[in-house]
Write a protein that binds this ligand. Structure first.
Ligand code: SF4
Length: 398
C-alpha cells in the first residue's frame, strides 16, 4: 500500500536570510551556498555576521549550506545587506539548493564540475517561474563518483565522462545525455517540467517523489519539449548511479596536481566562529564539513576543528534539539556529545529530537530518535549504541 502523501497545502517554511525561522533560541537564518562554494571574503562575512547578529556560531547543513542561530527579530534587512554578495536574488533565495561533488577538479571524479553550480544558479535566477519551487527542491551535480547523486536530489546530473552527463530524476537515472555546456539548461527544463506536471496533477508537491509517477512523467514531459532536442545529444539505456564518497573527507587529501586539500569536520556541524579557518576559499560539504581545496603540501592551517581522519565524530549528525527547537523532546546534541561519538568506519548515526527527523542523512544510517519514553534506536549498531547511551544517561543522572 502506498504511504499517504504529506500535506502540502501550506508553503514550506524553510528559512532564508530575508525570512528567518522563529526558533526557540531566536531567528534561524539559512544562507544558500550553491555547490558549497564560498570565497575567503564571503566566509569572513559569514563569520562576522555570526558574531554580530547571531549566537557566535555557524552551523553546516546536509545541503552544504550555512546557518546562523539566535538572530534578533528585525535584523533581516541589515543582515541581508551585510551578506549581499551571498544573496543575489530576493525572489529565488530559497530555491538555490544546489549540491556538487566537493572534491571535483581537486581529487578523483570523471569530470571537473566546479563551474557548473554557479552556472545553474544564474540560470535558476533568470527564470521567474522557478521561484515557485519549494525550498525543499534539490539539485545535484555529480562529477561521476556517485557522492552527491546519492543524496536524494530531485534533479541531478551524473558525469559519465569528462564532458558527458546523464540526467537523474528523483534518483532514477534516465538515458538522456548532455555535454557540460548543456547541463544548466537541461536541469532548468527538468525543474520546469516538474512544475508543469505538478500543475497537471492539481498538486502542491514540494518534491518530485510526491507526484504520482513523478520521475517518469517529468522525464516524458522533458522529451516532448522541442528545446531539449537541441541540448540532449544522445538518449541511451539508463545508467546505474554508483554510490561513493561521503562523510570521510577529513584530513589531508592529495590533489590531482600534487598539491593538497584539507578536509575539516565540525562535531555535529556546529562550531564557534573563532574556531573556523580564515583566509581561504572553502567548500562546505553536504556531510557538514569544510574543505580547503588548494594548499601547498604541508601548509599549516589555523583552526579549531577536527582534521583527524580517524575521528569518531565522522558520520555523526544531529538536528538542533533542545534548547534551540521548541518541538524537541531532548537535548540531542548534548546527549550525542556525552553518550557517543560514532563507530569509526561504521554506519552514519543521526540523532533526532522528535519524529520530524530534520537533517536525516540519505542512505543507510543508524537513527537515534528522542521519544517521550527515551531514545529509540533503529538499524545496525543498535546494541552498542544503546549501551553507550544507557551509560551516558547514568552519568548524567537521568
Ligand atoms: S527533528 Fe524535531 S527536534 Fe529536531 S530540529 Fe527537527 S523539529 Fe526540532
Amino acid at each position: 500500500m502506498l504511504s499517504p502523501l504529506p500535506d502540502r497545502s501550506k508553503p514550506d517554511n524553510c528559512p532564508g536570510v530575508l525570512i528567518p525561522h522563529p526558533a526557540a533560541d531566536g531567528g534561524l537564518v539559512r544562507v544558500r551556498l550553491p555547490g558549497g562554494q564560498v570565497t575567503a571574503g564571503q566566509w569572513q562575512a559569514l563569520l562576522d555576521a555570526a558574531v554580530e547578529f547571531g549566537d557566535g556560531a555557524l552551523e553546516l547543513t546536509s545541503r552544504g549550506n550555512v546557518q546562523l542561530r539566535g538572530v534578533a527579530p528585525g535584523a533581516e534587512a541589515e543582515l541581508g545587506a551585510r551578506l549581499a554578495e551571498l544573496l543575489p536574488s530576493r525572489t529565488h533565495e530559497k530555491v538555490r539548493n544546489i549540491l556538487a561533488s566537493p572534491l571535483s577538479g581537486v581529487a578523483g571524479g570523471l569530470a571537473d564540475v566546479r563551474r557548473l553550480p554557479r552556472a545553474l544558479d544564474r540560470s535558476l535566477q533568470l527564470n521567474a517561474r522557478l521561484a515557485e519551487l519549494s525550498g525543499r527542491f534539490l539539485f545535484a551535480i555529480d562529477d561521476g563518483r556517485g557522492d552527491v547523486s546519492a543524496l536524494g536530489a530531485d534533479v541531478a546530473v551524473l558525469a559519465t565522462g569528462p564532458d558527458e552527463f546523464v540526467l537523474v530524476l528523483g534518483g532514477e537515472p534516465t538515458g538522456q545525455r548532455m555535454r557540460s555546456a548543456a547541463v544548466s539548461a537541461t536541469m532548468v527544463l527538468a525543474a520546469l517540467a516538474f512544475l508543469t506536471e505538478r500543475e497537471a496533477q492539481g498538486s502542491k508537491a514540494w518534491r518530485l517523489a510526491e507526484l504520482r509517477d513523478g520521475a517518469a512523467r517529468v522525464a516524458d514531459r522533458l522529451t516532448l519539449r522541442p528545446s531539449i532536442v537541441s541540448i540532449v545529444h544522445a538518449v541511451t539505456p539508463p545508467v546505474s548511479v554508483p554510490g561513493g564518497g561521503g562523510p570521510g573527507l577529513v584530513g589531508r587529501i592529495a590533489r590531482n596536481d600534487g598539491r593538497e586539500a584539507l578536509g575539516l569536520l565540525a562535531p555535529l556541524g556546529r562550531f564557534q566562529a573563532s574556531q573556523a579557518p580564515t583566509g581561504h576559499d572553502l567548500i562546505v560539504t553536504p556531510w557538514r564539513g569544510l574543505i580547503i581545496p588548494d594548499l601547498e603540501p604541508g601548509t599549516a592551517v589555523q583552526h579549531g576543528l577536527i582534521d583527524d581522519p580517524e575521528s569518531p565524530w565522522i558520520g555523526v549528525t544531529s538536528c538542533a534539539g533542545q534548547p534551540g527547537c521548541a518541538k524537541a523532546l531532548s537535548d540531542v546534541r548534548g546527549d550525542a556529545a556525552v553518550a557517543h561519538q560514532g563507530i569509526p568506519g561504521g554506519l552514519p548515526v543521526h540523532w533526532s529530537g522528535c519524529g520530524r527527523r530534520c537533517g536525516t542523512p540519505a542512505g543507510p544510517h543508524v537513527e537515534v530518535l528522542a521519544t517521550d519514553a527515551g531514545y529509540e534506536i533503529n538499524g545496525v549498531g543498535a546494541v552498542e549504541l544503546a549501551a553507550d547511551i544507557t551509560a551516558a544517561r547514568r552519568v548524567a543522572g537521568q
